[in-house]
Design a protein around this ligand. Structure first.
Ligand code: PMV
Length: 303
């Protein structure tokens, strides 16, 4: 069995979250952790998410997972009733694209059961209907990165633009442990956009400038510059009221321990932060500094 067919990658947004909802580019990267799905055999259509102790059947209206499952089954031509078992290696609702990784893994499992191996673009497209159940107005960055991986510039409605980092992008990912709802955070920015469009647009434009420079920094292998751009992105996310005390404390601890830059990743309002580090030694120190604040952290490479 081709393992890629049954894996959905977790992702981090290096820069540009929220702005991406407004048609701006974002820089995103896949990480090694994700969701693995296995077709356990024929039978009634069923999705078993072991770590959450959930058995999901399609068509239960007041259950989001069930509706999302039904949505991707509807996308699969000639869907074969199977039981799908999944293993989740990501925290849920933490900004690492857990739900999209789950959607992509389920899409691939359904395709495999139907004897099909769709291209990544098609997998991403089908998984968007999964994402829509959870997040009213998703930009599509999560499902796209969950299907493709790599480091890339994503822009709504445009083909993914893969970029080749000159140096490996080593990250420490810290989890604030506070759960955040992407839907709520996206709605909060939408309210600011409605109330004060010129100011919000200016902030989104400033984020876009950072994303464009960050792309160049990645291509040049300039970790220091990329870190500074991430710090600036964090300030702008803070000005949109997306950061929290815990995230700020973790970012500060990471910078003090030698990170080149740090910011929240994903929707904010809780969830995870990322710190960019020059090498694994700095990475370990940053991880320990975050853990000393009582939060979980792990090292990851953007890929
Ligand atoms: O928190 P996550 O992993 O769902 O990421 C959300 C990214 C946003 O830009 C805030 C929303 C979106 O749809 O792109």
């Amino acid at each position: 069995m081709d393992e890629r067919n049954v894996f959905g990658r977790g992702k981090v947004i290096l820069l540009g979250e929220h702005a991406v909802v407004y048609g701006r580019p974002a820089l995103a990267a896949g990480i090694e952790r994700g969701v693995r799905a296995r077709v356990a055999g024929p039978g009634e259509m069923r999705l078993a998410i072991e770590p959450w102790g959930r058995e999901v059947v399609p068509g239960v209206e007041d259950d989001e997972l069930s509706r999302a499952f039904a949505a991707v089954i509807a996308e699969q031509r000639g869907a074969v009733p199977v039981r799908i078992d999944v293993e989740v290696e990501l925290p849920a609702g933490a900004g690492l694209g857990c739900s999209a990784a789950l959607g992509v893994a389920v899409v691939r499992a359904l395709a495999q059961a139907a004897g099909e191996a769709p291209a990544d673009e098609e997998v991403a497209r089908r998984a968007l209907s999964w994402e829509r159940v959870f997040h009213g107005n998703p930009s599509g960055v999560d499902n796209t990165m969950a299907a493709h991986g790599g480091v890339a510039v994503y822009r709504k409605g445009e083909p993914l633009e893969p970029i080749r980092p000159k140096k490996p992008l080593r990250l420490v990912i810290g989890d604030s442990g506070e759960s955040a709802s992407t839907r709520v955070m996206v709605e909060s920015v939408a309210r600011q956009h409605e109330r004060d469009r010129p100011r919000t647009e200016k902030t989104l434009d400033a984020i876009t400038a950072l994303v464009q420079n960050a792309k160049l920094a990645i291509e040049d292998g300039d970790i220091r510059a990329l870190g500074q751009l991430m710090d600036m992105n964090q300030l702008l996310l803070g000005s949109l009221m997306l950061s929290t005390e815990a995230l700020e404390e973790m970012c500060a601890a990471a910078r003090e321990a030698g990170a080149a830059g740090a910011k929240l990743t994903g929707s904010g309002g809780g969830g995870c932060m990322i710190a960019l580090v020059a090498d694994d030694d700095v990475g370990q120190r940053v991880r320990e500094a975050i853990e000393r604040k009582g939060r979980r952290a792990f090292l990851a490479e953007a890929r």
